[in-house]
Design a protein around this ligand. Structure first.
Ligand SMILES: [Zn+2]
Length: 340
């Protein structure tokens, strides 16, 4: 899922997203509820109509952003009080309010409110946040507001194998439509991420519900997580790095600000069918980035989203035809180094 934080995947129109092959996108509850507010979006017909995207949308609960506001929030068993990063105004988020906001937005998949913590905190603090997440999960399901909206629960427990397993056991018994794996991609090592996904995969067993790994999305990470049963991802990485001039290709990362590209007449990636690769050269993109032209950000983002979604399509095909290991070797080889 490309990430559309402010009801837009930065620099792209819904038509660009469709051309790139996007099947589903993510919207951020925290940002949308502070501005323009969930009530205003509801009055304007819901998030799909507001942003002109008629495909599926998943909204997060807002918890991730709130708990990232170090020093600006206070958590208790009922919910969390936080200070807006816009104007310093005070807001309250509870499991019930998070569900209400997402019902107003009208997303296709809503997320239960969870409490995430730094996995390097003492074990009792990680356990306390996990237990609270389980109580909030039950309250989120009870507060479910619309029959046409799926709700996913979130597994926490840091990188402690026992806590992770306990969290999977608690969340999987609840009537969620999907299981999300949260609290990762927040500073743990790749080995800890992989080991934690092993624990989750083992504890979920043959549970048929979709599995969503929140906030993970480098090309190599996709393979590591898919190998451990993950179905769904969101990550700002492809769009964020595109705006700095970093594009992803079959040969690895390419920096469009590199002066060597100023005379390169070839496309970003000869195998890519996106608008940027079909119509423009690396030299032109290198010029646009140097001149800080707005088109640079759009074309680089079009490319990275198209390339990433095409990688996911190839990944799905490789699972079907048995070439997963081969494709993974190609990508690990390409992204283990930087070209040019
Ligand atoms: Zn391209």
């Amino acid at each position: 899922m490309p990430v559309g934080t402010q009801a837009t995947v930065k620099a792209l129109t819904p038509g660009d997203l469709r051309s790139a092959g996007a099947q589903m996108i993510l919207g951020n509850t925290y940002h949308l509820n502070l501005r323009p507010t969930a009530e205003r979006i509801a009055r304007l017909g819901g998030l799909h109509r507001f942003m002109g995207w008629d495909g599926p949308i998943l909204t997060d609960s807002g918890g991730f952003q709130v708990f990232s506001l170090a020093g600006l929030r206070r958590v208790d068993d009922d919910g969390v009080t936080f200070t807006s990063h816009h104007d310093g105004s005070s807001h309250r988020l509870t499991p019930e309010r998070a569900m209400e906001i997402q019902a107003l937005l009208g997303s296709d998949v809503a997320m239960a409110l969870d409490q995430l913590v730094d996995p390097s905190l003492p074990r009792d603090q990680v356990a306390e946040a996990m237990d609270r997440t389980h109580r909030w999960a039950e309250r989120s399901l009870s507060a479910r507001g619309r029959a046409d909206q799926a709700v996913f629960g979130i597994v926490q427990g840091g990188v402690d194998p026992e806590l992770r397993r306990a969290s999977v056991d608690a969340i999987r018994t609840l009537a969620f439509d999907g299981i999300a794996i949260g609290g990762l991609s927040v500073g743990e090592s790749k080995a800890e991420l992989a080991a934690t996904l092993d624990v989750v995969a083992d504890a979920l067993g043959d549970d048929p519900r979709p599995r969503y790994l929140m906030g993970v999305g480098s090309p190599v990470d996709f393979f590591m997580a898919v190998e451990r049963g993950v179905d769904l991802f969101d990550c700002v990485l492809p769009t964020r790095v595109a705006r700095t001039g970093q594009v992803w290709t079959d040969a690895g990362r390419l920096n469009l600000r590199n002066s060597a590209l100023q005379d390169d007449p070839g496309p970003i990636d000869p195998a890519c069918a996106c608008e940027a690769c079909r119509n423009h050269s690396r030299a032109y993109l290198a010029h646009l980035f140097r001149a800080r032209e707005l088109l640079a950000y759009r074309l680089a983002t079009v490319h990275n989203v198209t390339w990433t979604l095409e990688l996911m399509r190839r990944l799905r095909a490789s699972l079907a035809d048995g070439s997963f290991n081969e494709l993974r070797s190609e990508v690990v080889d390409a992204f283990g180094r930087t070209v040019k």
